[in-house]
Structures are given as C-alpha cells and as structure tokens.
Ligand binder design. Sequence first.
Ligand code: HEC
Ligand code: HEC
Length: 318
Amino acid sequence: MNRFWEKVKTKNILVIVLAVFIGIQFYRPEIKQKPITGEIHVPSDVRAILQRSCFDCHSNQTDLKWFDQVAPAYWLVTDHIKKGKEGLNFSEWDQLASPAQNAKLWEAFNQINLKAMPLKSYELLHPEAKLSENDIRILKNYVTSLAPKQKPDTAKVSAYNKQLQQINTIHTVAPKPQLPTALNGISYIPDYKNWKPISSTERLDNGTMRIIFGNDIAVKATKEHKTNPWPDGTIFAKVAWEQIIDSDGNVTTGAFKQVEYMIKDSKKFASTKGWGWARFLSPKLEPYGKTADFANECISCHRPMKDNDFVFTSPINH
Ligand code: HEC
Ligand code: HEC
C-alpha cells in the first residue's frame, strides 16, 4: 500500500518537474544579433583566441551551443551576453578611439591573466574556451607590441624638466586654499608624497612607470596582516610617470601623468564597493570623470580582485 502511494507521488513529482521544465522554455528573452559594424583587426592567431574564448559574450557573433539554449541556462547566458557586450564588444571596435582600444586590450589581457575571464561558469561547459599558457603568451606579446616605441626622447625629457618646476610648486608650496575635487566629492590629497611606497610597476602597453603609496593605516594593516578587507581609513595613491629611456639606455621616470586614489570607508562609499575612487590628471591635477559615476570604470577593471577587496597590490610584508 505504502509502496504504491510512494510510486504515485514520485511519478507526480516527476511530471510536475517536467512540466515546469517545458514551461520555462517558453520564456525566452531575445538575444539581439546586431550587425558587425567595425570588427577588431588583430593578427590571426590573436583573433582566433579571442573568437574562441570571448566572442560569445563580447561580440555580435554569438554562437550558442544547444545546451546554452535550454532554460534556465539560457537565461544566465543571455544575461552574461548583455552585460559582457556593454563593457566590451569586439564587433563594434571602431567605436573606440585608438588609445582606448589599446587600453581595452590591456584590460582584457589583465582579466585573462588574473583568470577572471572567460567566466568560470562558461569555461565549465565550454572547455575549448580555456586559454593555454601559449595563448596567454601570444596575447601578452601582442598587447606589449602596441606600446609606444621607447626611443631616447628629448621632447619628453624637456617636457619633464618643465613640469618638474610646476609640480614642485604644486606639491611643496603651502596647500592651496581649494584643492581640485572630483565629481564624486573626493579631493586631491597632497600628502601622499610622505607616505610609504608599497610597490612599483611598469605598464608595458603605454610606457608608464607607477608607484603605489599607502598611508599610515595601510602600512599598519599590512604589518598586522589585516588587509582583506582593508580597514576604514586606508588610502592608496597610485602615481604614474612617463617612462623615459635616455641616450645611455637607462630607464627613468619622466613627466608626472596622474595620481589615483582609493579611500576605504565601508559606510560612506558602500555604493562603490567600500572605496572612494578618484584620479587627477597632471600637470593641472584635473579631476577625471565626466559624471559622478565614473568610478564604475575603475571598479570594472578592479573586479578581478573582488575577493581581495578590489586591491591589486599585495604589499611586501616587513
Ligand atoms: C560567458 C560570457 C563571457 C565570456 C565567454 C567572456 N566574458 Fe568578459 N565579461 C562577461 C560579463 C558578464 C562581464 C561584466 C562584468 C561581470 O559581470 O563580471 C564581462 C566583463 C569583461 C571585461 C570588463 C569590461 C568593462 O566593463 O570594462 C573585460 C575586459 C572582459 N570581460 C574580457 C573578456 C575576455 C578577454 C574574454 C575572453 C578571454 C571574455 N571576457 C570572455 C562575460 C563573459
Ligand atoms: C585598465 C584597468 C584599470 C582601470 C580602468 C583602473 N585601474 Fe586602478 N589599477 C589597475 C591595476 C592593474 C592596478 C595594479 C597596479 C598596476 O599594475 O599598476 C591598479 C591599481 C590601483 C591602485 C593601487 C591599489 C591597488 O589596487 O593595487 C589605485 C589607488 C587605483 N588603481 C585607482 C584607480 C582609480 C581611482 C581608477 C578609476 C579612476 C582606476 N584605478 C581604474 C587597473 C585599472
């Protein structure tokens, strides 16, 4: 008797599950296949990698497998395609100016290198999208080759010398009555020059050298290994200079390009991942950003580090 009812129940449940499964197939948000307006032009080996691993979500040439077409997987895929294309679309590449294209490729390479792209959930079902060490090397070589040629550059040197004076004025003279302020309300912090350098990096694609400074709270947190999350009050300043190669081949820092800040305040900056973001472009320390939500740009590039409180730099411990 019991057995009989159990069988009926199991059967009913199966029928319901099947019905629901079939039912949900009818809810199909459309993937709009837009035309290819200006495709990316890169060497064929680079293109092959991008096409294989990225095009499904970052181009107008989405090629879904049958299992991608079955709901609920289909819903996830359509959402990924929509969001993916918003930030990066290799089929509408001509809409970016050339420096922006190079910056995007650099960002793409970074995301791959940090294993943030392609999305893990996608890689599981599309093992062919996984990038090999060799693929990564090919991309790196290509992105590096886009860097401006590093020749001895007298124009850069003299621009630097001219700037040195201006900067020394900006940086050493008593604080100006009004500091430059970004649209999200964050002001330039002149004090970073007294902070501790935490790390330095070279950016291959655009020939700059960078130093990252941390304030006292950042340094203390590092010593105490309390860096994930970083405590409120932490501030990072990342400063970039042009990189100059002098006639002897020595690499030195050239003109001051920009300083960027990340200021930790988990309450005040809750809407931007707990950090206040700002960038000031030299020599006039012009605040970066056309609207107050420019920080979304910063966040999307820092997203691969979301499990590390959005911070790339891992300071050397003392
Ligand atoms: C399954 C879909 C999918 C695939 C495949 C994929 N991405 Fe993404 N990508 C996304 C989504 C979704 C976002 C939006 C950010 C997020 O949600 O993490 C994104 C964001 C990005 C961004 C940041 C864009 C911005 O807003 O500035 C870059 C760069 C990027 N992807 C590069 C790549 C590269 C390079 C590949 C191939 C190696 C790749 N992605 C493959 C879905 C995908
Ligand atoms: C193209 C990708 C990209 C964008 C866009 C970006 N960053 Fe970063 N940022 C990085 C990388 C990569 C590092 C790690 C250090 C390095 O390689 O220079 C970094 C490091 C930093 C650091 C030092 C702390 C850390 O995370 O290591 C600060 C501060 C910073 N960025 C601020 C900003 C601000 C403010 C913006 C937006 C105005 C911004 N970033 C936009 C890629 C980006």
